[in-house]
Design a protein around this ligand. Sequence first.
Ligand SMILES: [Zn+2]
Length: 144
Amino acid sequence: MKKITLLALITLVLFSCKEADTTAPKIVVATPQQNAAVKAGEELCIQVTFTDDVALNSYKINIHPNFNGHAHNKIGQTSPGNTIDFETTITSESRNDKLSGKECFRDIDIDISDNATTGKYHLLIYCTDLAGNEAYIAQDFSIE
Ligand SMILES: [Zn+2]
C-alpha cells in the first residue's frame, strides 16, 4: 500500500514537471550571417539571444567541417597536409556561464586557428531550458 502511494506521488511529480514547460527555447543569431566567411587565424564573432517562456539553463556551440556536404549522422573527412580540419565545442558549463531568466544575450568570439583547413563549415548553436527542452540552429559558414 505504501509502495503504491509513493509510486503515485512520483508519477504525479513527474507529470507536474512535464506540464510546467514543454516549449523549447528560441535562438536568434545576429552574427554571423548565414554563409558568412572568416579568415583562418581570425575570430568568428557570435552574437546570439536566447529566450524561453519559463527559464533558460545552458547553451552549447559546435563548429565542424562540412567539406563533404554531410548530413549529421556521417563522419567528416580528414585532409592531408599541414592544415587541420577545424573543430571545436564550447559549452556554458566549460565557460562557467550558465544562462538564467527568460532572455540572455551572449557575445562569444571563437578563435579560428591559423592552420585551419579552408572550406565550408557548420555552426551549431544549442540552447536548453531549465525543464530540459533543447533547441538548436544550424548555419553554414566558411573559413578562407
Ligand atoms: Zn554538420
